[in-house]
Each structure stands twice: as C-alpha cells, then as structure tokens.
Design a protein around this ligand. Sequence first.
Ligand code: SAM
Length: 400
Amino acid sequence: MILDVGAVAAGGACVARADDGRVVFVRHALPGERVRVEVTGETKHFLRADAVEVLEPSPDRVTPPCPYAGPGLCGGCDWQHVDLPVQRVLKGQLVEEQLRRVAKVERSVEVEAVPGDVDGLRWRTRVQLAVDASGRAGLRKHRSHELQHVDLCLIATKDVEEVGAERLPWPGAASVEVAADGEQRVVTVTGRHARLPDVQAGVVVEGRALRAPHGLRHTVLGRSYEVAAGGFWQVHPGAAEALAQAVLDGLDPQPGESAVDLYAGVGLFGALLGERGLSVLAVEGDARACADAARNTADLPDVRIRTAPVDAAGVRRIGSPDLVVLDPPRAGAGIETTRALAALRPRAMAYVSCDPGSFARDLRVLLDAGWSLVSLRVFDLYPLTVHVELVGILTPPAGR
Ligand SMILES: C[S@@+](CC[C@H](N)C(=O)[O-])C[C@H]1O[C@@H](n2cnc3c(N)ncnc32)[C@H](O)[C@@H]1O
C-alpha cells in the first residue's frame, strides 16, 4: 500500500487510513510523509505496518545513525529516523494529547533535554540482551520474540559497550544484563546452566554473586547510592539528578517537615529529603531494593524504610505527611491508590511518572478531588525512543 501518514500516536507510529477505512499505525514514518508500507499485523479495526520506502520524505527525517534501526530490525529505538529536536516536539504533543484526552487538561508541554545529552546517543547505562538457543545474545525485534544480533548498540554508553556482551557467546543463558558506570561494571545473567565467557566485570548468575562488584554506586547531588545488580536505577546518566532536582525544586522541602516517599526504590528521593532535615517514611515493595535503601540512608536516623506494597489500604495508614513523593512503575498508582492519596492533605505532592497515559488517568482522580496541578516538567530521558519522564507538582484543595 502507498499511504499518506498523519500525526504520531502513542507508541510512536504515525496514523494513516487504509482504502477499506481501517486505521493504520505506521512505524518508521513521520507526519506528512507519503510512504510505501508493508503490513506487519492486523485486527478487525486497525492495521500495523512498517514504512519500507519513503516516497515523499519529511524535512524532519534523518539517516538513522544505527545500522540495526529500520523495518524488521532491532525494536529498541522508535525514532532513529527523526531529527532530535523534532523528537522532543513530537513527545510534547503526545503528552499534551494524553492530558487532553484522559485528564481533560489543556496544557502546552515542553520536553527538556537532560544535562549532558548532546546527540541522543550513548545514554543507556544498562542494556538487557536476550540469548537464543545457540548462545548468541541480541536485542528483540519490535513486538517479536525474534532477536536482532548486533555488534554494538549506539544508545548504550561507552562503558557498557566496553564489556562487549553482544559479541560474546553465552551458551545456556536466557538473558544477560550489562550495567556500567565508569570503571564499575556488572553482568547479571539468568539461566541455571549458563556457561560464561570471560568478562571484565562483576558477575551475578541467577541471583548468586560470582565475582565482585555485585552492584553499582551512583552519585546524585553529592550523595552516594548503592544499587545491587539487577535493581532499579534510572538508566540515563543525567536522569536521577534531573528528577531529584525537579522534585526538590517543586516541593521546596523545609527542615522539620515530614514526607513519604512511595515506590522508593533504593531511596533516591527519600535520602535527599532526609538530608534536608525531614523525617521520611520510604515505602517500597521489593525487599532487595529496601536493603539497598536502608544502606543508602544509614546516616539518616529520621529516614525509615518500610518493605510493603503501596496500595490504598497502606496509604490510608500513613497519617498526614507534609510532603508526598510517588514514583510508580509504568502502570501508575492506579485509581484506588490515587483516591486514597487524594484524601491526604499534604502541603504538596510530587508525582514522577514514566507513562503519560497512567499519569493522566491518576491526575484526573486528583483533579476531581479538588487538587491542582501546579507545574509539570517533562524530561527526555530516553532519546531516540518515544518515551519520556514526567514530574507533576500538585497541591490539595485549600483548607487543610
Ligand atoms: C520507577 S521505580 C522508582 C524507584 C525510585 N523512586 C527511583 O527513582 O530510583 C518504581 C519502584 O516501585 C517499586 N514497586 C512497583 N510496584 C510496587 C508496589 N505496588 N508497591 C511498592 N513498590 C512497588 C519497584 O520495585 C520500583 O523500585
């Protein structure tokens, strides 16, 4: 089919119309282009397709820097073919659309680059590779279990690439994760019968530490954090600091105040609030992350770590903190938990989100309960992909 493609949709594909009236989501295209497409999937209501030939290119199109980006190849990046500043404009439009459609909020959004990002390349401090039956590692193709074998990944940092995991054999392994920060490197392997190549890195197999280091150490706003291999930490080297600064600027924490840090991970936000003289309750569901959080806040007696799920019942028990930070996974806090949060009366709340859709849904719950969205910052933590990170600052209805 030859199609004229329109606006970008959530997920990064552009919307077009097939002759039979069905919507077509076209990957590897840009708004305004005429492209020849190959259909890659279909339902009764829509088609998925790849632009395999560009007949009328957009002025915003660039040659993908990565040789593995393109129809049928690596599924890791969505927008290798889009000029970097234009990626940010498109991401802003996608966030605006979610806010308009789901939260019923009209707001113009500017997507900010994080400090240190020059060309959108070499930012992944952690890369997950899948391993096939022959022991070759690779990256997954888009919406597929098939692997794209690569010699290098251009969005991985130089430190990650120096481990060379893509080029090594991993017989018996199911997956390999490489995380690196400067000289510290850790490889985390799953697969009980994995035979390992010689790597210049710490090694953890099926949760067993075989060679040190068994985790990484990161510094944010002058504070040091330990993260065990395989544990959650922001992937872009500039991300944790950009988010932490946005949360601190937005909340303006004062010594003597109390705060809760929900979905606390290894204590990124809780520790910084504790350092500023607040008493903090950090709640996190993963026991290993809590162990790291306890170590990372050991010098702060007023920071308590609670290993527990964040849910509506738990939120109802947290009392009346002055400040709330929440940083849930992609699914967001959810309607019930957000209703419980809406009933709290803190001075302010910071909602950190990696998914504009779930953020907009939860935002609507807070707005319906009389809360105000005071500010919204959106960061480009994942260049060349469609993803962004949001930091919303909210205040409860007056009369607390
Ligand atoms: C996006 S990470 C944020 C971590 C931390 N705030 C940071 O910036 O490094 C989300 C965290 O929520 C935790 N988590 C996911 N679902 C949870 C739940 N229902 N209850 C508690 N923690 C949960 C995960 O283990 C993960 O550490």
